[in-house]
Design a binder for this molecule. Structure first.
Ligand code: SF4
Length: 293
């Protein structure tokens, strides 16, 4: 299989969120297989509009991943997940959440355009609306289709620092395409808790598997941490898929906090023991020029 077939590609749409396509470079999109939902995926026909408010404790890229055995792992970044300590209401009813770690209460998916407009970072006090999920098993964020976003109070300016984007036309893609880069080592970290860069930066950097314990713990406030909505192609003939959530890291290859965690089983009908041991990571980050990047 050619390397290009499993490269991360920038920006398309995720369910409930349309990408805004902010772009430093005019990149080619790679077709994504059309996937029918497995019969096992439950649909909630009654999506509800909620209102929320809270303090941002982390902001990370929102992404989808498509897996097929260990032949293909395609990542697409489609917005950001903001993690908040706060409250959400359905009418006058205070909603309860079952968050993935004790560092936040609930998670709201926002678009790249919304992030670019408000420049959301850790410590900001926000309010807005959102919708409950249509497919709870395929979407990690508690709420999406966020609206009426308002920053009530800006957090500490240390968290608002912008990572400068540099266009690298020396160490390019194989066809000469220049690569937009940011250099993490120029900023305090780990974890890196600056403003988030544009999604295109994430797409070019690529990602490695990150242990769930690290994501829940010391990586949680890092802009390079990621909880992805993963679809596994389980049976091509009947077009059946499985869904789960997985943690990844877009951060520097030299990060001292990095821990891949155990190899990940990638099920396929009639096959057992197939695991992503990490070699796909090497291909996903193939355009990194500098381990401290
Ligand atoms: S391992 Fe990745 S997510 Fe964790 S602190 Fe380092 S760069 Fe950030």
């Amino acid at each position: 299989m050619k390397k290009e077939s499993i490269r991360t590609v920038p920006i398309d749409s995720c369910e409930g969120q349309v990408s805004d396509g902010l772009s430093y470079l005019n990149l080619t999109r790679v077709a994504f297989p059309s996937i029918r939902k497995s019969e096992t995926v439950k649909m909630d026909d009654e999506q509800k509009k909620i209102e929320w408010n809270g303090i941002v404790v982390s902001i990370q890229p929102r992404s989808t991943v498509w897996r097929y055995l260990i032949d293909n792992r395609t990542h697409r970044e489609c917005g950001y997940n903001i993690f908040l300590k706060g409250e959400a209401y359905l009418g006058s009813e205070l909603l309860q959440h079952d968050s993935a770690c004790n560092q936040y209460d609930f998670c709201v998916a926002i678009s790249e355009k919304q992030e670019a407009k408000l420049k959301i970072h850790i410590g900001d006090e926000l309010k807005g609306t959102g919708w409950t999920k249509k497919y709870p098993e395929t979407e990690f964020a508690d709420y999406y289709r966020a609206g009426s976003l308002k920053k009530l109070k800006a957090g500490d300016s240390d968290y608002a620092q912008d990572m400068g984007v540099k266009i690298d036309d020396v160490n390019t893609r194989y066809d000469g395409t220049p690569i937009p880069r940011v250099y993490s080592s120029d900023y305090p970290g780990p974890p890196w808790s600056t403003s988030v860069p544009p999604l295109e930066i994430y797409a070019w950097r690529g990602e490695r598997m990150l242990s769930k314990a690290s994501w829940r713990g010391k990586c949680f406030r890092c802009i390079w941490a990621n909880m992805a909505n993963v679809t596994i192609q389980y049976d091509f003939d009947r077009n059946l898929v499985l869904n789960r959530f997985e943690t990844f890291c877009y951060g520097p290859l030299s990060c001292k906090y990095y821990n891949m965690g155990p190899a990940r089983v990638v099920p396929y009908k009639g096959m057992s023991g197939v695991k992503d041991q990490g070699w796909l990571d090497e291909i996903c980050v193939e355009y990194r020029n500098d381990p401290d990047e």
